[in-house]
Design a protein around this ligand. Structure first.
Ligand code: ATP
Ligand code: MG
Length: 249
């Protein structure tokens, strides 16, 4: 499933926030992300994790360096092209769920498909398939306030996956959940994305989440401090899906 060209590449990417005292939140970060990789980004509060995820998701632009999305330089895209690339390629799951409170579960998942201009019959099919995938068909007519935290996050996952993204970005997706719901959410994301070959990048504080990913990128003061497990044989023992077999050798 891996293609030779990275699905996403950061070349010496920096992000400086402006204002009275400018702050360098990312400092010349270079990374290549392969198709289908399952990655976690860890690091202390304020180290630049969300900043990096926002840049990866083209929600924000770097102040230095270049980001390539499927081989295309992001800095060369205009706003319209950028919005298109985001819509076609990237799905987001946030800590705070970000559901529309007045819409039902069904409508929350359907909304981005309507914006995309997908016709009603196909829309119906896609919504149904993705709600079934997160086991929420029976809550289709509920509104978010009637759901538990874990259920809300499952709606957000269904919504993100309904857009058939190539890359799923998740910023602390279990930050508002108890440990049982967290484990369940992670299982849904990992299971569904593996099955569909979607690249997943989690930002997490949770060591247990990081342990389930193939590659762990640790950020410290805006720099990559370590990058363990990228598919080149330097996977750490006990981390990632091949950890157990490697350990046994
Ligand atoms: N809009 C902004 N303007 C100025 N500084 C910012 C802005 N956003 C973030 N920063 C600063 O950039 C640094 C990195 O922030 P970022 O949100 O990426 O951290 P993080 O690693 O996600 O932290 P956390 O784990 O607490 O979410 C922090 O020092 C933060 O104060
Ligand atoms: Mg953050």
């Amino acid at each position: 499933m891996k293609s030779a060209e990275p699905i996403m590449q950061l070349i010496s990417v920096s992000k400086e926030y402006g204002g009275e005292t400018p702050f360098l939140a990312l400092d010349k970060v270079s990374l290549a992300i392969g198709e289908g990789e399952l990655i976690s980004i860890i690091g202390p509060s304020g180290s630049g994790k969300s900043t990096m995820l926002h840049l990866l998701g083209c929600l924000d632009k770097p102040t230095g360096g270049e980001i390539y999305l499927a081989g295309k330089a992001v800095s060369k895209m205009n706003e319209r092209q950028l919005a298109g690339a985001r819509r076609e390629m990237i799905g987001f799951v946030f800590q705070a769920f970000n559901l529309v409170p007045t819409l039902t579960v069904w409508k929350n998942v359907e909304l981005p498909l309507m914006i995309k201009g997908i016709e009603p019959r196909l829309r119906r099919e896609i919504v149904e398939r993705n709600l079934a995938a997160v086991d929420l068909i029976d809550k289709a007519n509920s509104v978010p306030s009637q759901l538990s935290g874990g259920q809300k996050q499952r709606v957000a996952i269904a919504r993100a996956l309904a857009g058939e993204p190539k890359i799923l970005l998740a910023d602390e997706p279990t930050g508002n959940l108890d440990s049982k719901s967290s484990a369940e959410i992670i299982q849904f994301i990992i299971g569904l994305c593996r099955k569909r070959g979607i690249t997943v990048i989690f930002v997490t504080h949770d060591q247990r989440v990081a342990e389930q990913t193939d590659r762990v990128i640790r950020i410290m003061d805006g720099k990559v401090e370590s990058d363990v497990g990228k598919g080149n044989g330097e996977r750490a023992e006990g981390t990632g899906r091949n950890g157990a077999t490697r350990k046994a050798r």
